[in-house]
Design a protein around this ligand. Sequence first.
Ligand SMILES: Nc1ncnc2c1ncn2[C@@H]1O[C@H](COP(=O)(O)OP(=O)(O)OP(=O)(O)O)[C@@H](O)[C@H]1O
Ligand SMILES: [Mg+2]
Length: 247
Amino acid sequence: MDKFAAKRDVSLLPLVLTEVSYRVGGRTLIDRVTARIESGPRTVILGPNGAGKSVLMRLCHGLLMPTSGSVCWNAPEIPGQPRRQAMVFQRPVMLRRSVVDNIRYALKLSRVSPEVREARAWQALERVGLSALGDRPARVLSGGEQQRLALARAWALKPEVLFLDEPTANLDPSASREVEAIIAAIHAEGTKIVMSTHNLGQARRLADEILFLHEGRLVERSSAERFFRQPASPEAETFIKGELPWE
Ligand SMILES: Nc1ncnc2c1ncn2[C@@H]1O[C@H](COP(=O)(O)OP(=O)(O)OP(=O)(O)O)[C@@H](O)[C@H]1O
Ligand SMILES: [Mg+2]
């Protein structure tokens, strides 16, 4: 048995953030955030534009290092093993390759074995309704199609934890609903969803719990049901009231 075998079945979660701050150029973008993210419920990081949602997700996913504080996984990723966490960015980047090659390449980078890659890639495209477009250059896809491809690419990795940063930004309402349905399906298969949005309607539809971020601070954390019924912080109350007329 290799030295990692015993750890392979141990969940990555909970993810524990302790007093995480991120400062750059004299500005504090994330200010002493402490939170424990458990497996199970869909966690939505909600907050206005510029609140720090994308920066916080990058800190969680390990793409940025906190200036102070710590980001700790229950069991870190195992070197040489397929990655167990994935992220879909606010502006997905497609490789200058075909649609299916974008997924094949992500599977290869994530060290998924060659025997399973091909079936996995097409299965993921099937699930987001893009299998007919598999051989097209990815960069000619529409915005909504690219967003679905980004989700398929992440889904194909069968991650334990999936970070989704504003997955429906720039999509029209019907494309947004399609993407939301895909997210619900990924959750139903047992993947932990951590998603950011500034869209209240989307948070209502998808969130089980809300982390409300305001000016880099975690102002409030509660179940989605309680958050919308009775926000505890004035900042959240203002945010909810301010957006309701456009719901
Ligand atoms: N590398 C950086 N250097 C300086 N400022 C940054 C950097 N990255 C982000 N910021 C600033 O930090 C703040 C938070 O940015 P972030 O992208 O996390 O916001 P957000 O909540 O995701 O907003 P949106 O809803 O518009 O996506 C913004 O004011 C942004 O300009
Ligand atoms: Mg953002």
